[in-house]
Design a protein around this ligand. Structure first.
Ligand SMILES: Nc1nc2c(c(=O)[nH]1)N[C@H]1C(S)=C(S)[C@@H](COP(=O)(O)O)O[C@H]1N2
Ligand SMILES: [Mo]
Length: 385
């Protein structure tokens, strides 16, 4: 028998005892072969036990290292997305043990912060007015699976969107206390997740938002989601929520906020990450880094959430279809529905958003004539985007 090539595995002394493996609470018979930096897939659950306890059993796992999970369209039917139906997008390994959530500290500093400070979650809750808003988070890569030619990265279909209710404090209130100066351009974040390589000098992601976005009254340092503490996988105990921007700016497991006097230069800020061509180009064109712009407000989109795609209906009664529409920082003006492959469109009933940056709901009664195969298409539009 040949001896296995150990490679980095030669340095494994003690790895089997690292926090994420210990959190499994059971023996790992082959622990000595665990590669450096590897975390157990199953320990990513909120209680450190099994993946199924994430209660995302109905969702679609796209990747397990790092864990990325999307939501089938018909499971996004709720007006307020329940936590167990929210997609998961991780760039690295989430922290395993956050200790007492109220003692969690976030450091606020940077070139454009004249009074750097460290605040615990308990202090944030005590000092600032709580705000509850419904805010949509959509991964910048949502819909990528339909790109031709294929784009690299997780092949999200339509399910990297959610619109839960968040409770937290306004980032603007906190920034004011840190004496934000006129030089402020950007607010970068750092989180407690670790790089997949196991290299502690590297961060999986450290993005951020322009100062104007940070100052909007809807931009939150959130500690609760749908009236419960934020689940670990979604960034407990404290995350940024900047609705309407790509989800990547809404940093999870926040350990620091850096008030920059320039565009933040953390991990995954440089081109081509989370950028799009500044000017539209033909699919597949290669675009130079300096012609790629940071994604800010996300584009307009709509999603039919009822009925489920692929259903067989045995009734010739009219069917009320429904779904949501959103457009980054903009309100959606109208949604139209077609059941004849786009030849004609009927205007759907569309609700107003409950607050800025919350998705809107549409519905439309459909009459089916002859029995057969139908495709129902939805198209949302905005006046300015
Ligand atoms: N610290 C940290 N924050 C993060 C990420 C991450 O990997 N680490 N992923 C980002 C991305 S790309 C997205 S789309 C959202 C996803 O949030 P969710 O997993 O709660 O749905 O979190 C963002 N915040
Ligand atoms: Mo994302």
């Amino acid at each position: 028998m040949t001896k296995p090539d150990l490679g980095r595995r030669g340095f494994l002394a003690g790895i089997g005892a690292s926090a994420s493996w210990r959190a499994l609470g059971m023996a790992v018979p082959h622990a000595r072969w665990i590669p450096a930096g590897l975390v157990p897939v199953v320990s990513l659950a909120d209680d450190g036990s099994l993946l199924s306890s994430l209660q995302k059993a109905d969702l679609q796992v796209l990747n397990d290292r790092p864990i990325n999970i999307e939501t089938p369209a018909h499971l996004l039917d709720d007006k307020i997305t329940p936590s167990h139906r929210m997609f998961v997008r991780n760039n690295g390994n989430p922290p395993v043990d956050i200790g007492n959530p109220d003692d969690w500290a976030v450091e606020i500093s940077g070139e454009a912060c004249s009074k750097p400070m460290t605040l615990t979650v308990a202090e944030l809750k005590r000092r600032y007015q709580p705000v509850t808003l419904q805010l949509q988070l959509e991964c910048g890569g949502n819909g990528r699976a339909e790109f031709r030619p294929r784009a690299s990265g997780n092949q999200w279909t339509t399910g990297a969107i959610a619109c839960p209710e968040w409770t937290g404090v306004r980032l603007a209130d906190v920034l004011e206390d840190c004496g934000v100066t006129d030089a402020a351009e950007y607010v970068g974040y750092r989180g407690a997740d670790t790089h997949l390589s196991g290299d502690t000098n590297k961060q999986p992601i450290s993005r951020g938002i322009p100062i104007a976005k940070a100052m909007q009254p809807e931009t939150l340092l959130a500690f609760a989601m749908n009236d419960e503490p934020i689940p670990l996988i979604h960034g407990a105990p404290l995350r940024l929520v900047a609705g309407g921007y790509p989800g990547s700016v809404s940093g999870k497991w926040l350990t620091s906020l850096i008030i920059r006097d320039r565009v933040h230069d953390g991990a995954k800020m440089a081109a081509p990450s989370y950028r799009v061509p500044c000017k539209p180009v033909a699919p597949g064109s290669s675009v130079a880094g300096d012609a790629m712009c940071i994604i800010e407000s996300m584009p307009v989109k709509s999603l039919i959430t009822f009925p489920e795609s692929g259903v067989t209906l045995d009734s010739d009664k009219p069917l009320e279809i429904r779904g949501h529409a959103w457009a980054g920082e903009h309100a959606v003006e109208r949604v139209d529905i077609s059941m004849d492959f786009g030849a004609t469109w009927q205007r759907a009933t569309l609700s107003e958003p409950v607050n800025r940056f919350a998705w809107q709901h549409f519905s439309a009664p459909l009459e089916f004539g002859a029995t057969g195969y139908y495709e129902i298409w939805a198209r949302a539009s905005v006046s300015r985007c």
